[in-house]
Each structure stands twice: as structure tokens, then as C-alpha cells.
Design a protein around this ligand. Structure first.
Ligand SMILES: Cc1ncc(COP(=O)(O)O)c(C=O)c1O
Length: 445
């Protein structure tokens, strides 16, 4: 570090923290600092430069926010290969991002029609009755953590040990935060096809993302390359193929996580929604020391709440808290209060029963429309989307539907360069049942 050209002008008008951030940024851009280089501790650098630690901490925070450096769990601050995506990554498939299409058949949209408005109003009123908080905790409200613990126990069979629950601002935001806790330039394996927003959150943090194929048993665990820092997966209901990760693959994945010491990010985005058999054990229950379990409120209630939850190993929770303290980010206390109120008197469980009933019936509408048209169907009796296989093929069916005024996504939109599978990804949660029926009629022609 002594060789770095850091020349602070103490008499000038530019704050020392700004000068220091500028000097480090220039060193990273000019090659004097290389990706993976470890920066001195804020305390050590402050002593070397004879400035206060507030100055070095502020400079590091600025570079962290810009993506030039990353905090590694328990290890320090490292120069990343960012800003900009990792160069080794294959290009993301062409076309607008799936979330951009406002369609009744969009698999990303939740079933807000199933929300009982009286229940919703009651919860917001109860949230408004709480005393305004002048210093909400960055890792979330303890009342919310208790509500989530009860929810996970009741609906996901998970018993989070004390101190392992953390509030998030939703799953994509949580993945983006976790990405910053991983080693700079590390490799993360994702499902291919998979959830594009998780992939872009990982790439935006400068991580190298590699696609791993998915088959009828979910993620092909044997195809996960060695040397990954993390594996992101949707085991309960693979997005977008709608299959679940088999019991044998779950065990194989967590055994590899333990043996190779990588983190598994378990995106349990719609795990509460299953319409046949009991769900398989969560990865977080199988290997709590190696799994970060993520759940969003957006899929079972509404993105309006802007919250979700994570259950993570204590070291990850600590590093996550630290990241929040340094970046000043925290999830919405209002959203947490509303969900807490919904959970308090059984409203959330009643809502989930209603939601499951509604979505199970909507699913039968999709099955009837597809089978009536002679289209094959793929997907577990779970969640809020299915994959349909029109005999004319994906591209022709997407174009024909567009011609009839219905936007629908094909599996090609969710692939990342691996071998492509084909089919239509049809969500059935958005809008009213009448909207869905009309869209399905237009889809199958
Ligand atoms: C696979 C998957 N994970 C997570 C989410 C929820 O993400 P967020 O909490 O960012 O809305 C979605 C929403 O569509 C999803 O499809």
C-alpha cells in the first residue's frame, strides 16, 4: 500500500475522504491496484496516512457503493473487477427483460386479487397505530423476525435458530446484498434456465456467473463446476421450468456445499404454494451452516410491502449487518409492520389458505385450455406458473399470441447460453380469473 500514489492535500477544499476515494479509484482504474488485491484495514490506512478513521471508512464506503471494492465475509476489503460485468460472462440473451412485459400471463406477478381488502386495511391500520420508530434496526424489526419465524415453522417446516433471521427488501435485493459479501470476482453457479433478476444482481456486483443445466429433477448438481463461492437455486419450484429439486439432488447439493465450503442461496419464492404432497425438506433445514434461505412477501402478498426474509448462518448475518451499517441501507419498516400485523391474528395463514385455493383452481383453467388445444404441460402442482408445449413450437406460439394481443414468454428468454429448451412460461396469478380465461383463449387460439 505504501507504493500507492496517495497524496492528500490537507490545505485544499476537497474533503480528505473524497481525495482518498479518488486516489484509490484511480489506482484501480490505472492498474496499480488489481482485482483481488486486499486493501489495508480502515484503521491501518488511517494510521499510515495520518488521517482519522472516519476518513478512510467514508472513502471505502464510497468505493463499495460504486462497486470498485467488496467486503469479504470476515476477511477485509478487496478490489473487484468492476464496475462493469465480468468479462468472461457470455452475453445475456437478446430481448427485453421478462419483467418488462405487462401481461396477465407474466409469471412474475402475484395474485393480489386473492387479497381480502378488509384484512389488508386492518393490517395497515394496525401498522399505523404503532409508535413511529426513530431508529429502526438495519437488520429488521424483532417483531417481524418473530412473525417470520412462526410463518417458516408453520408453512415451511423450518425452525430458524435465534439470531439467524434477517429482514430483506425482497429476494432480488437480498441476492444483490449477498453478492457483495462474496469474494471479489468469485464464481456463482445459477440455474440455466433461471431467474434473470438474480443473475443480473450477481453480475452487477462483479461476480462471474455460470449457468448449470436443469432437468426433470431440477438443478443438475453434478454439473455445478468446482471452485464456486455460491450456488443460487430455486429448489421448491424451479424458476422457470416449474419442477422441483429431487430429494437425492438436495442431499447431493448440500453434501457438496459442505465438502467444498460454498454457500447455497435457496430462493424459496413460492414454497408456500403446493397443491398435492407435502414439500420436500428445505436445503436450509438440511445444511443450516451452508445455506442462505430467502423468502419474499411479494409472491404471497404484494410487492407493495417491499420486504422479505433471510435465514442465514450467523457469520453471514454478521457480515450482512456490517454491510448495512456501512452502506446505510435497511428494509422498509412499514412493510415489516404490516406483515407482522397480518401474522398476529392468523390473517396471514387464512390468506395463504385462500390463495392456495384460488391458484389451484386457476391452474386447472390453464390445464384445461392447454389440453383442450392438444398442448403438453410441464410443471409440478405448485406455485403460480406452468410450462406449456405448443406443437407449433415456442417461437411460433409467442408470435401468434402477440398477434392476438397476448404477451407470453418462452423458455428461451430465461436461458443464458447453455443448451436451450423450449416451451411457454405461463403465469396464472395476475389479474382476475376472467382476465386469465380471456388470455388463455387468445393464447391457444
Ligand atoms: C424466481 C423468483 N425469485 C424471487 C422472486 C421475488 O423477487 P422479489 O422479492 O425481488 O420481488 C420472484 C418474483 O417473480 C421470482 O420469480
Amino acid at each position: 500500500m505504501q507504493e500507492l500514489p496517495i497524496d492528500l492535500d490537507r490545505a485544499g477544499g476537497t474533503p480528505l475522504a473524497v481525495q482518498l476515494a479518488d486516489a484509490l479509484r484511480a489506482a484501480a482504474a490505472g492498474g496499480a491496484l488489481r482485482p483481488g488485491d486486499r486493501l489495508p484495514s480502515t484503521r491501518g490506512l488511517a494510521a499510515t496516512l495520518r488521517v482519522s478513521r472516519t476518513v478512510t471508512a467514508a472513502a471505502y464506503d464510497q468505493l463499495l457503493a460504486e462497486g470498485w471494492v467488496t467486503g469479504r465475509v470476515g476477511a477485509g476489503t478487496f478490489v473487484t473487477a468492476v464496475p462493469g460485468p465480468a468479462p468472461a460472462d457470455p452475453p445475456v440473451p437478446a430481448g427485453p427483460p421478462p419483467q418488462a412485459v405487462p401481461s396477465v400471463l407474466d409469471p412474475g406477478r402475484p395474485c393480489v386479487a386473492a387479497l381480502d381488502r378488509a384484512m389488508w386495511r386492518r393490517a395497515w391500520r394496525a401498522a399505523a397505530d404503532t409508535h413511529p420508530d426513530d431508529r429502526p434496526r438495519a437488520d429488521g424489526l424483532s417483531s417481524f423476525h418473530e412473525a417470520v419465524t412462526g410463518h417458516l415453522l408453520r408453512h415451511r417446516g423450518l425452525i430458524p435458530p435465534p439470531g439467524t433471521v434477517l429482514t430483506t427488501a425482497g429476494t432480488s435485493a437480498a441476492v444483490a446484498e449477498l453478492a457483495r459479501l462474496l469474494p471479489a470476482g468469485a464464481t456463482v453457479a445459477v440455474e440455466d434456465p433461471g431467474y434473470p433478476r438474480a443473475v443480473s444482481a450477481l453480475r452487477a456486483a462483479g461476480l462471474r456467473v455460470v449457468g448449470v443445466p436443469v432437468d426433470d429433477d431440477g438443478l443438475v448438481v453434478d454439473a455445478v463446476p468446482r471452485g464456486c463461492a455460491a450456488v443460487y437455486s430455486t429448489p421448491a419450484h424451479q424458476f422457470p421450468t416449474a419442477v422441483r429439486l429431487s430429494a437425492a439432488r438436495r442431499v447431493a447439493l448440500v453434501e457438496r456445499a459442505r465438502a467444498e465450503d460454498f454457500l447455497v442461496i435457496e430462493d424459496d419464492y413460492d414454497g408456500e404454494l403446493r397443491y398435492d404432497v407435502a414439500p420436500l425438506p428445505l436445503l436450509a433445514a438440511l445444511a443450516p451452516g451452508h445455506v442462505v434461505h430467502l423468502g419474499p412477501a411479494s409472491k404471497i402478498l404484494s410487492p407493495t410491502l417491499g420486504v422479505g426474509w433471510a435465514v442465514a448462518p450467523p457469520a453471514v448475518v454478521d457480515a450482512w449487518r456490517d454491510l448495512r451499517a456501512r452502506t446505510g441501507t435497511r428494509p422498509s419498516p412499514a412493510g415489516q409492520l404490516v406483515l407482522t400485523a397480518l401474522a398476529a391474528h392468523g390473517d396471514l395463514s387464512r390468506h395463504l389458505r385462500r390463495l392456495r385455493r384460488e391458484l389451484r383452481e386457476r391452474r386447472t383453467l390453464v390445464l384445461a385450455a392447454a389440453r383442450g388445444a392438444g398442448w403438453a404441460v410441464q410443471g409440478d402442482p405448485a406455485g403460480a406458473h406452468l410450462v406449456l408445449h405448443p406443437p407449433a413450437g415456442e417461437r411460433a406460439a409467442v408470435a401468434a399470441a402477440a398477434g392476438r394481443g397476448v404477451a407470453v414468454r418462452g423458455l428461451a428468454d430465461y436461458h443464458r447460453g447453455g443448451p436451450r429448451t423450449s416451451g411457454l412460461v405461463v403465469g396464472y396469478a395476475a389479474g382476475t380469473r376472467a382476465d386469465l380465461t380471456a388470455a388463455l383463449a387468445a393464447l391457444v387460439g
